[in-house]
Design a protein around this ligand. Structure first.
Ligand code: HEM
Length: 488
């Protein structure tokens, strides 16, 4: 029997909060792992091609240097001794869904040719108050810069090397450059408050000069040690090394401050540069308040299901639709050739009895990860009459008969079918009114639970005094039971 009662709620839209732990599906790792892993191809996420694009000439199209610089400015607020300040979750308020700052650094590095997999631990949070002031300025004396780095936990050699790593990309921009990362066009366009907040973004005094991008080295879109080489052999054209005004030649001052010892080491080999910079970048993105616990390093997941549809249709059948993502980098040698691979799902009924009918999938395309990973996507859509509580994923190689069952580490993949989100009957208003967009959510509730109160936790943005970043506030909203019933 499948009888459902419909309930609805009207609310304003907000993002979901994230937690973390070891991976088992479903997990709060899922969204961040997608952003990390799916850089190009089918179902690729924005981070790969737009947000962390490296550009062809390091010019205005290049977002990677912005990510790196914004992350540095955020990190340098860290006070290691006090355990305060440091890298936050997100650089700008409208970026909640897809712009974790630390991940931006990891993506920027690989987008610009970096070959090392920088461990990315997530769990950064947004600061509730301003961190330590004092982002180093190009006219600062070396002692002042060194004091700020030291407070953040970086000694003089670290400071020189980290700056040489950062200034391997990009350059000095003209006054129109806003140092804002690429906006989520759709969100920003339809979120009136986002535009207002852009205006509030403070501009560094160092950006007030110059009209064009002046590159720091001859490969502003390549993550390499050329900056150090050009600095040492006297061919550098960097505005921070050979600029007309000696006071603002901060790199020249900084690099020479230990008698060039660090710069000689950085220039010695690309391999040393790469490994040293990656260690510093990892330290930079792990510089967080002592109250923050970061996760273990994120890893690409081998087999990952996605449920894209689970709802009651007009005929009162449960529609169960989704995708399975299979890591196929190793190819035929490990039975992962998409041309010779059948992916099926086994499922239970609502009484938890395994059905003998497997759900077929269709291979629909590939996606590509940051370090040569290849994923094949398989999609399915089926109608279920007798409910579902869990499923497993079956991989078969038709040419050899080899079969493997993936059961979520022994847990099976759980499905909650007694509370279904009615996607087609729910909506979010396109236009904002008084800064808020109205959302109507409709869910069907199995009649077993129909008389119980139903509530939704909604997390929404709210402005804060004295900060350009909005805070996230949870509100609990009650659903109203409708008179509609479906099923028998
Ligand atoms: C004492 C230390 C530092 C000073 C004084 C400094 C200063 C500057 C200045 C003046 C610019 C040009 C800004 C503009 O006109 O657009 C710049 C750009 C940049 N900085 Fe630094 N910086 C320092 C350290 C760092 C570090 C440690 C990193 C990263 C790890 C970094 C990453 C960058 C990047 C990637 C750019 C290029 C941005 C772009 O092209 O959009 N900087 N920095």
């Amino acid at each position: 029997m499948k009888a459902f009662v419909l309930a609805a709620v009207i609310a304003t839209l907000g993002p979901a909060a994230t937690t973390f732990g070891s991976y088992a599906w479903p997990s709060s790792y899922d969204e961040i792992e997608d952003i990390y892993s799916l850089r190009q191809g089918y179902e690729a996420r924005l981070l790969g091609d737009k947000v962390a694009s490296c550009g062809v000439d390091g010019g205005a199209e290049s977002q990677a240097p912005d990510w790196l610089r914004v992350a540095f400015h955020d990190m340098i607020t860290h006070d290691a001794a006090a355990g305060t300040g440091g890298l936050e979750a997100l650089p700008f308020p409208q970026s909640v869904r897809c712009r974790p700052l630390g991940l931006g650094v990891v993506a920027a590095h690989s987008a610009c040719g970096g070959i090392t997999n920088i461990p990315y631990r997530f769990g950064h949070i947004d600061a509730q108050s301003a961190g330590a002031a004092g982002v180093p300025q190009k006219h600062d004396p070396v002692t002042k810069m060194a004091d700020r780095f030291a407070a953040a936990g970086f000694n003089q050699a670290d400071m020189i090397a980290l700056t040489a790593c950062g200034h391997s990309l990009g350059g000095q921009h003209g006054p129109d450059h806003n140092h804002g990362l690429v906006e989520d066009d759709e969100e920003a366009e339809h979120d009136e408050t986002a535009e207002e907040e852009e205006d509030e973004e403070p501009h560094d005094e160092e950006e007030e000069h110059g009209e064009e991008l002046e590159n720091f080295d001859t490969t502003p879109n390549g993550f390499d040690n050329l900056l150090a080489i050009e600095y040492l052999d006297g061919t550098s054209k960097s505005p921070l090394i050979v600029g007309e005004n000696a006071t603002t030649n901060s790199d020249a001052r900084l690099f020479a401050s230990d008698g060039n010892v660090t710069m000689v080491a950085v220039a010695a080999s690309q391999a040393t540069f790469e490994s040293r910079c990656c260690k510093f970048f990892a330290r930079m993105i792990d510089s967080v308040p002592s109250s923050v616990r970061l996760s273990d390093p994120l890893e690409v997941i081998d087999i990952k299901p996605y449920i894209t549809g689970l709802y009651l249709n007009a005929a009162s059948d449960i529609v169960f639709a989704g995708r399975i993502r299979v890591l196929t980098t190793e190819g035929p040698s490990v039975g992962r050739d998409p041309n010779d691979l059948a992916v099926r799902l086994a499922r239970t009924s609502r009484l938890d009895v395994w059905s003998s009918d497997l759900i077929d999938t269709t291979c629909v395309g590939d996606a590509y990860g940051p370090f040569g990973e290849i994923f094949a996507w398989y999609e399915f859509e089926t109608f279920i009459e007798d409910g579902i509580t869990r499923f497993n994923i079956h991989l078969a190689v038709p040419s050899t008969g080899e079969k493997t069952v993936y059961d979520n580490g022994g847990l099976d993949y759980p499905v909650e079918y007694k509370l279904l989100y009615q996607t087609a009957e729910s909506c979010v208003a396109w236009e904002a009114v008084d800064g808020a967009r109205v959302m109507t959510a409709v869910v069907s509730v199995h009649n077993e639970f129909a008389l119980l109160p139903l509530k939704m936790d909604l997390v929404r943005h709210e402005r804060r005094q004295g900060s350009i970043k909005r805070t996230l506030v949870k509100v609990v909203i009650s659903f109203t039971r409708t008179t509609e019933e479906r099923g028998d």
